[in-house]
Design a protein around this ligand. Sequence first.
Ligand SMILES: Cc1cc2nc3c(=O)[nH]c(=O)nc-3n(C[C@H](O)[C@H](O)[C@H](O)COP(=O)(O)OP(=O)(O)OC[C@H]3O[C@@H](n4cnc5c(N)ncnc54)[C@H](O)[C@@H]3O)c2cc1C
Length: 398
Amino acid sequence: MDVIVIGGGASGLVAAIKMREAGANVTIIEKNNKLGKKLLVTGNGHCNFWNKNQDINKYHSNDMDIFKEIYEAKNKEVLDFFDKLGIVYKEINGYYYPYSMQASSILRVLEVKIQKLGINVVLGETVKKISKSTIFQIVTDSNTYICDKVVMAVGSKAGIREGGSYSLVEDLGHTLIQVSPSLVQLVGKDNYYKDWAGVRSEAKLKLIQGAEVIKEEAGEVQFTDYGISGICVFNLSGIVARSLALEKELVVEINLVSWFKGSKSEFEKWLDNRALEFKNYGIEEMLEGFLNYKLIKVILKLLKIKEDAKYQDIDKKGLVDMLWSFKFRVKNTKDFSNAQVCSGGVRLTEVNPKTLESLKVKGLYLCGEVLDVDGDCGGYNLGFAWISGMIVGEHIND
Ligand SMILES: Cc1cc2nc3c(=O)[nH]c(=O)nc-3n(C[C@H](O)[C@H](O)[C@H](O)COP(=O)(O)OP(=O)(O)OC[C@H]3O[C@@H](n4cnc5c(N)ncnc54)[C@H](O)[C@@H]3O)c2cc1C
């Protein structure tokens, strides 16, 4: 049986290896002049390829029941797969990296296996059209290929300036859940962001829609001239993108004093005591011991408080509210080229969860990010690429 894998990225490489091991003649067609280009930039070049704390709640899809079935079939086999390829790994706070801390180690073990298994690799050709009669015909910008089965492992348009191959699957009759950038920075609606640009601060975040808290995160927030960034912000961004698509108003409440162990009213008392202790200090001087000076300036400007005003003379409630739950009004996410992944993609209802074969076109299989699954930061997205690639590879003969 001849199989063509379109896309030599994370999921396509794993699918190709598994299919060849199952006896298929496999050809990978990759539009770049190198396999796994995106893999090399993952985890800032270190490749955070898996996470110890595997948890279905770290993943997002419009069809979570179907996703659960897919995920549970293979998630226990991922580390074993890499172990057999020879990868020694390092765990840092639950995040798994190759021990070398080089993404190239992950790519090389996959490439070596592909070479040893005799998998054909075609580089520098972009698939433009797929059609099916009894067999598949694959047309690239320079050649035409025929095969019995096709694996669509084309990824998403995250992290690239242009492209995405969604039209290939749409032409074959699949429908898409709206594709939006995810694991991406948030752009705000206000005009003071230049004043806090460059600040990094630990914080707790709540994503609020109306009166409802949709998701909470904690970690280092990077304050930028367009809004906010950082892993904890990225982890809110998938839901933000989905909600904005539905024209929902969103606010991220930022607790800037997340180090304080206690309630808001206890924090207010703590601040009162601090004011007594530093009674000759202006408000700016009083805040400086626990808040970055740029954030102090933004807060005082928004509250219209003079820097040398005394604590007892100011709008105390306004100050406590801002420190406890600073309201960042969300305008948008940054665009696809800034995103690590995309939310949305081919509906999971359109594939067989046991094999990932298309329910629209027999002999067509889909894996990786082209499907409507995205994960939080922490190795979950590559995690899904490996899991889905394995499933396709192991069921190609079904
Ligand atoms: C900057 C960045 C950092 C990231 N860091 C992490 C991380 O640390 N941990 C993590 O889990 N995830 C990370 N991700 C996400 C992760 O890289 C992806 O989720 C994963 O690579 C998806 O695998 P895939 O096989 O679906 O797609 P890809 O790996 O993107 O592979 C798809 C391949 O298909 C090729 N292709 C597309 N269309 C065509 C066509 N028409 N013809 C031929 N070839 C085509 C593409 O060139 C590409 O090589 C990161 C992403 C980015 C952008």
